[in-house]
Design a protein around this ligand. Structure first.
Ligand code: NAD
Ligand code: MG
Length: 400
């Protein structure tokens, strides 16, 4: 590519999180290329204010209203607009940007991501939960606005890089690789005793707490099967999962002639994020270079769904329909939060999700309001299921 590069206006939704910080790391290495126009966070106003002081965006938004005055005070003397609450995040997402990183965690990212998509620019999507609960609405919004949706999730980014969309009927299978998480080789009895600190200590990737727990239960891979289904318009039967503990092959696409194309790299999110930032060009990223001779060996095995039931629950939800995937996601968010807060055990996460999706029926999911209503129903059902687990344990005298 030649010629002077145009400056890009960048918005980062969830800028204080793991993906947000990695995105800013790349952006700040190229101040000649990017103007950061919007940054958002949940409640960490100090981190958001520090980012804003460095990057001087047009607007910042904090979801937690209690933090508004502190954030405003920290940015006194600047011209930065300060917004708060969920509407503030949505308003920041509407700031006209050429490129938006969607890196809020959970279904909370749905409205802001949809807002960014409706602006018609490029949206780099890390927030898989919003696709899991609203895939059809989001893909329709992409088509209507002409936005470009680029996958940030390392597996989907890998697939995107080797997916021949001009020959999509010659694609036999998408193969999502999975590290297997920190409990890959443990028995159910061993997993039952695991603490939040042990669950978030991922062997290969440094990520936010929620996705780290999802990796440990393998719900993350289940959510990614659903994400791949929507992003690449592939049916469940053509999306396979393969355990690959080293996280070097980020995913693969198998073609009818027997060719399998893969994308490889060190496990560092700055590679897929750089791909999305520069697309359709490429830009340098500081990720460690792949030294296959040093790595020596790559291992593979089939996932064990009897020890990791979340993978199967996600597939069942995908087959069961969108209301079920909304419930899967919401119940999982509630159960993971309860586990992280020490209120429930690691293996209870799958149990809660199973209970909630079993109660789901084929509700209409045409609009965002309907989706949010189902999401809220599932959150309440999950909370009740968690309380039920607690009282069942009390009744049986089980205090672990
Ligand atoms: P994180 O917890 O580190 O960061 C989440 C960000 O969202 C923070 O900026 C937080 O302030 C903000 N946030 C949280 N709740 C919010 C709310 N209710 N309203 C508004 N903002 C809110 O999470 P992460 O690891 O950066 O992951 C972000 C998303 O990217 C997730 O959907 C995750 O599944 C996906 N993802 C992450 C990685 C990774 O390497 N971390 C890889 C692939 C995909
Ligand atoms: Mg992933």
């Amino acid at each position: 590519m030649s010629g002077a590069k145009q400056r890009k206006r960048i918005a980062i939704l969830g800028s204080t999180g793991s993906v947000g910080v990695n995105t800013l790391d790349l952006v700040e290495r190229h101040p000649e290329r990017y103007d950061v126009v919007a940054l958002t966070a949940h409640s960490n106003y100090q981190a958001l204010a520090a980012q804003a002081m460095r990057l001087n965006p047009e607007v910042v938004a904090i979801a937690d209203r209690q933090s508004y005055h502190d954030l405003k005070a920290a940015l006194a003397g600047t011209t930065i607009r300060v917004l708060a609450g969920d509407e503030g995040i949505v308003e920041a997402a509407a700031e006209l940007a050429d490129w938006t990183m969607s890196a809020i965690v959970g279904a909370a990212g749905l409205k802001p991501t949809l807002t960014a998509i409706r602006q018609g620019g490029t949206v780099a999507l890390a927030n898989k939960e919003c696709l899991v609960c609203a895939g059809p609405v989001m893909m329709r919004a992409v088509a209507a606005s002409g936005a470009t949706l680029l996958p940030v999730d390392s597996e989907h980014n890998a697939i995107f890089q080797v997916f021949d969309s001009t020959n999509r009927d010659r694609i036999e299978q998408i193969i999502l690789t999975a590290s297997g998480g920190p409990f890959r080789d443990l028995s159910i009895a061993e997993m039952r005793l695991k603490t939040p600190a042990q669950a978030v200590a991922h062997p290969n990737w440094s990520m936010g707490a929620k996705i780290s727990v999802d990796s440990a239960t393998m719900m993350n891979k289940g959510l990614e099967v659903i994400e791949a289904h929507y992003l690449f318009d592939m049916p469940d039967q053509q999306i396979d999962v393969l355990i690959h503990p080293q996280s070097i092959i980020h995913s693969m696409v198998a073609y009818v002639d027997g060719s399998v194309l893969a994308q490889l790299g060190a496990p560092d999110m700055r590679t897929p994020i750089a791909y999305c930032l520069a697309w359709p060009d490429r830009m340098p990223a500081p990720s460690e270079r792949l030294d296959l001779a040093r790595i020596g060996q790559l291992d593979f095995s089939a996932p064990d769904v009897s020890r990791f039931p979340c993978l199967q629950l996600a597939r069942a939800a995908l087959i069961g329909g969108q209301a079920m995937t909304i419930c899967l996601n919401a119940a999982n968010e509630v159960a993971v939060a309860a586990f992280l807060a020490g209120k429930t055990g690691f293996c209870d996460i799958a149990e809660v999700v199973e209970t909630v999706i079993a109660a789901a029926t084929a509700w209409d999911c045409e609009t965002v309001d309907q989706i949010i209503e189902i999401d809220q129903w599932a959150r309440t059902a999950a909370t009740i299921a968690i309380d039920g687990l607690g009282s069942a344990k009390l009744a049986s005298g089980d205090d672990d």
